[in-house]
Write a protein that binds this ligand. Sequence first.
Ligand SMILES: *Cc1c(COP(=O)(O)O)cnc(C)c1O
Length: 360
Amino acid sequence: MSRVYNFSAGPAVLPEEVLREVQQEMLDYRGSGQSVMEMSHRSRVFDEIIKEAEADLRELMAIPENYKVLFLQGGASLQFAMIPMNLMKNRVADYIVTGQWAKKAWQEAQKYGKAVKIASSEDQTFSYIPDCSDLPIDDDADYVYICQNNTIYGTAFKKLPDTKGKLLVADISSCFLSEPVDVSKYGILYGGVQKNVGPAGMVIAIVREDLITDDVLEGTPTMMKYKTHADADSLYNTPNCWSIYVCGKVFKWLKQMGGLEAMRERNVKKAAVLYDFLDESRMFRGTVRKEDRSLMNVPFVTGDKELDARFVKEAEAAGFINLKGHRSVGGMRASIYNAMPMEGVEKLAAFMKKFEEENR
Ligand SMILES: *Cc1c(COP(=O)(O)O)cnc(C)c1O
């Protein structure tokens, strides 16, 4: 067996320890005589799995008691609609558009009310985070929306926007559990788990309890109401049992690694290996304003499309896969989520250095 270094933006690398445990429990989960894929979501054995996953996530993120943790389907993209359906009481919301995902969320919200783009970095291909210290927040805005880490462009909010007292809603898909967050600063935090947490097919929404009501937009489907899922402890219908199970294992792994403060330290060091190399290199350069660089997604270019393509091809042959940048930006992107070991990043930097020397 040989495993590659997988720099995919998502679905992405998972901790090898977790995969091995899952493999061991595949045919017979802890004496139940069945795999987690085969068991009833209403069984006692699964009840323990989902409860323990939630408890571990609460501990890791220090989620206050007045927030619900919901395991939902439809990916992060369904939240683009679910958020306005549940929160747009005045039919006004403010969006900070820092990339494709924020833009999609903003466009979706326009179906339900007045979604106002109050800041954007599209003028420079989303390569920076706009100044959010004094934004023209609407008086009757129901919430202010951000995408905290921009997976495609490699930027991240280092400081949350001043929402002037309005509710903050954040898509944290690609920075989920990469460092500590103060949950109490948000009304809703949500993320698709396939970037930094677990297998595809699930989104975790952390929602402040007072926002979970029957007062939703007229015509909102039952499945799109947070209250439906909150009242049923995420078991209104059959959830993604498999993803909940594997995410639960990743939560345990993160606890064993020392929790989110330890992960931040590790992620800062890991990202520095690549960014330091990019800053020194005469062939490769990062595409993002320095102070806005993401710890998770590192885009870079040579400035020559043919050279970029050759690099991606040779890297793949050397066991570094999925380094091609998003189709909308080109170049390269290394996603270095929690489960990417330091060794993978060091070896990639060494490979880039060698490529540079050989192609000067
Ligand atoms: C990948 C991604 C999405 C879309 O996730 P799906 O689960 O495929 O809907 C949304 N937001 C961000 C920040 C992402 O990285």
